[in-house]
Structure formats: structure tokens, C-alpha cells
Design a binder for this molecule. Structure first.
Ligand code: NZQ
Ligand code: ZN
Length: 388
């Protein structure tokens, strides 16, 4: 049964090879001062920076720069960004980059006019925004997180060994996002594949929960089939526009709140992955792939009917003459083989995790209660131990 919900996604999207032209429509809506936020320099090397700056200038904007946003943005960098946004009196924050840059821009936007401790308020106490928000627009260059069309923001606190995401309400969603698949062509294959798995994990986190008949689960299966199909093409030919554009679009739908509506969700793969990320600073999607199989094998007995449905509808397993458990296990086996084939990291050792980190990672893992089994500390230890 579909539960009660309200649905609103206010982000306007510009998709395709000419999507950047959308800035000409959007920029006039905002004041003169634009804080241009970007990462470690990829946009300068691939020319996207020059294109964006030209459009900002053509629209009469004064540009204030905030570069150097690192993958898995830190609380220290966030505080620096808030200072820059305040000094610039920013009317718009334009994020040009991947999920890290978009997440960071949203975190800056809700902190500029906040006089409380932003880490405690947003990422420890999970409070809502209670101040004015500086609008954010995104030009996406790395596909995976869905940050371009959601209210999520994930910040890392290395001192506290915590990586925490807060999903904010629709007022924090980007006002607009530019999605040009060609802007992702310069991504290293490792990042592309990591992003592909981030998308898959987002869909599965929302799929592996609940036993009701829910339209969202059918949408999820369709998205997964499209993703697997396009990923197989993209790993062989990363410049295949059709495949890359499908992956980009799937990423957006995977985490723009639609397929979570009216159903319960899990998110334990992300909680485990974020804990690994807090200790290793590893690439987000790879932290997810590295803990996925130990986690899903652990919870399979508690959600066997859904795992069997997944095996048949997504991986094409023939159920004839097999028990539900056999079908479910075959589905996971096919998924595992595919993950290896496309080059995902399958253990946390490869990401720099050591046994000495285990106690800390167990403690840093937030426990969610929407999955097929609510894990306790011993379960988390077992799953992480099996992930080395
Ligand atoms: O920093 P630059 O030089 O731009 O390089 C980046 C970075 O090193 C590079 N890159 C991006 N676009 C490129 C490119 N290199 C060449 N050509 C391009 N076109 O890719 C590297 C990774 O970028 P990053 O933004 O860190 O990756 P991603 O998009 O995976 O974002 C990861 C962050 O998003 C959070 C993660 O936890 C992590 O902090 N997430 C946000 C979510 C949300 N908002 O809903 C949900 C996700 O589950 C995730 O947790
Ligand atoms: Zn993710």
C-alpha cells in the first residue's frame, strides 16, 4: 500500500548538450553577486570554467570565487565558504562540479545567515533551517549523488571521525541544475564507475525495504535495468553519449525523492559506507560497493522475498525449480559478478581501512530502522569485519 505523502520537487532542470545556455534564463532572476564554487581544478582543465565565467560576465554578474572544494567536503572548508559568501554578500551560489561541490554549496547557503554552530545544528542535531537561505544553482560535472535535484548535503568532520548527511527540505534544493552529459566525459573511469554504483546503491537503499506492493519499487526496477544496460556500454566506451546521458538522467531520478514516496527505505549501505569514508576519505561510491555484498548477504534471510523479486526482475534469474532463497542468492551472485566486471572496489582494505579502525567505524555507523533487519552493534561489526 502506498503510504500518505506530499511531493514537491522545485528544482528546474536544463538537460542536454546545450543545457548551459539555461544560465541565460536563470541568472537574470538573481542579484549581481555570484559566489562561484568549484573543486580541485578539473573545470579549469576541461574548459567548463571558462564557459561558465563567460556566461556570468555576459549576464553582468560580479564573480567571487570559492575553489578547492575537496571530495567529501570538510567542516573546515565549509566554515571558510561561509566567510567567503558573507564577504561577497552573495545573491546566488553557483556550484560547478560533482556532488561534493553541490552538497557544499547547499551547506554554505543555509549557513551564511545562521549564527549557531553549523556542525552541531545541522549534522549532529539534524535541525531544520531557521534562517534566510542564499539560493543555489548547479552545473553538474560528475554523475552519481543526485545532489543536483535534492536537499542532501554530506559533510565530513575528520576531528570527530564522522561523515554525516542531512536531507534538508525543498527550500534547500537547488533552484536550477544544468545537466550536460558531455561535461562528464573527462571524468576518470574510476570516478565514473564509482558514480554508477552510487546510483545503483541509492535505488537499492529505497527498494530493499517493505513488503507492500508499491509503484515506487517498479520504478526502481526500471531504473536499475536502464542503469545496468548503460553502464555496460559506458565502461567499454566512456564517450558514448547515449549511455552517459541515460546514466546522468537515472542518477537524478534515483535520488530526487520520487522513488521513496509512499514507502519505507533502508540506507544502511550508506551508513556503513560513510563510516568507512570518515576513516579513509575514500571515494563515496567505492565505500558503498565495498560493504554492499557483506551487508546484503547478511540481511538476505530477513528479506528473501524481495531479494528473489530483485533477482528475477533486474538480473533475469529464471526461478523455475528453485527455492526462493536459491533465486535470491543467484541474484546477488550475478550482481557481485557484474560489480567486479565493471571495476568496483569490493573490500574496504583496498580503500585504506585497517583492523585498527574497526572499533571506531562500528561506533561511527548510524543505525537506521527501515531495512529488513535493524542491525545492532554486533551486526555492524560482523558486516564491517566481512568487508575487509
Ligand atoms: O575537484 P575536481 O578537480 O573537480 O575533481 C573531482 C573530484 O576529484 C572529479 N571530477 C568531477 N567532475 C569531473 C571531475 N574530473 C574530471 N572531469 C569532470 N567532469 O571527480 C572527483 C569526485 O568528485 P565528487 O564531487 O567528490 O564526487 P561525487 O559526485 O561522487 O560526490 C561525492 C560527495 O557527495 C556525497 C558523498 O558523501 C560525497 O561527500 N553524497 C551526496 C548525496 C546527496 N546530496 O544526496 C548523496 C550521496 O549518497 C552522497 O553521500
Ligand atoms: Zn550515495
Amino acid at each position: 500500500m502506498i503510504g500518505n505523502f506530499t511531493y514537491c520537487n522545485p528544482t528546474k532542470l536544463y538537460f542536454g548538450k546545450d543545457a548551459l545556455e539555461g544560465l541565460n534564463e536563470e541568472l537574470p532572476r538573481y542579484g549581481k553577486n555570484v559566489l562561484l564554487v568549484y573543486g580541485g581544478g578539473s573545470i579549469k582543465r576541461n574548459g567548463i570554467y571558462d564557459k561558465v565565467v563567460a556566461l556570468l560576465k555576459a549576464n553582468g554578474k560580479e564573480i567571487f570565487e570559492d575553489g578547492g572544494v575537496m571530495p567529501n567536503p570538510t567542516i573546515e572548508k565549509l566554515q571558510e565558504g561561509v566567510r567567503r559568501a558573507r564577504a561577497a554578500k552573495a545573491d546566488l551560489i553557483l556550484a560547478v562540479g560533482g556532488g561534493s561541490v553541490c552538497d557544499y554549496a547547499k551547506a554554505v547557503s543555509i549557513s551564511v545567515h545562521c549564527d549557531e554552530d553549523i556542525w552541531d545544528k545541522y549534522f549532529i542535531r539534524f535541525e531544520d533551517v531557521s534562517c534566510e537561505i542564499v539560493p543555489v544553482g548547479c552545473v553538474l560535472t560528475m554523475v552519481g549523488t543526485g545532489s543536483e535535484m535534492n536537499g542532501g548535503s554530506v559533510i565530513t568532520n575528520h576531528e570527530q571521525k564522522l561523515k554525516i548527511g542531512h536531507v534538508f527540505g525543498e527550500n534547500v534544493f537547488p533552484k536550477f541544475s544544468v545537466l550536460n552529459p558531455e561535461f562528464t566525459f573527462t571524468l576518470p573511469v574510476y570516478q565514473m564507475v564509482s558514480g554508477i554504483y552510487d546510483i545503483m546503491s541509492h535505488i537499492l537503499e529505497q527498494y530493499f525495504s517493505g513488503t507492500d506492493d508499491n509503484t515506487s519499487d517498479y520504478l526502481a526496477e526500471g531504473l536499475l535495468r536502464s542503469l545496468i544496460h548503460s553502464a555496460n556500454i559506458a565502461v567499454k566506451d566512456p564517450l558514448d553519449y547515449e549511455a552517459r546521458s541515460n546514466i546522468m538522467w537515472t542518477a537524478t531520478w534515483a535520488l530526487n525523492t520520487l522513488i521513496a514516496k509512499g514507502k519505507t527505505t533502508d540506507w544502511m549501505v550508506h551508513m556503513l559506507g560513510q563510516s568507512v569514508g570518515a576513516y579513509t576519505d575514500a571515494t563515496h561510491g567505492m565505500t558503498l560497493s565495498a560493504v554492499t555484498m557483506p551487508y546484503y548477504k547478511f540481511i538476505l534471510p530477513y528479506g528473501v522475498a524481495k531479494f528473489a523479486r530483485y533477482a528475477v526482475n533486474v538480473w533475469g534469474v529464471d526461478p523455475a525449480g528453485k527455492s526462493q532463497t536459491e533465486v535470491a542468492a543467484e541474484g546477488l551472485n550475478r550482481m557481485e559478478a557484474w560489480m567486479k566486471e565493471i571495476g568496483l572496489v569490493m573490500n574496504i582494505t583496498e580503500l585504506g581501512a585497517t583492523k585498527a579502525m574497526l572499533d571506531g567505524m562500528v561506533k561511527s555507523t548510524l543505525i537506521m530502522d527501515g531495512g529488513y533487519k535493524v542491525l545492532d552493534e554486533a551486526d555492524i561489526r560482523a558486516v564491517l569485519s566481512a568487508s575487509f
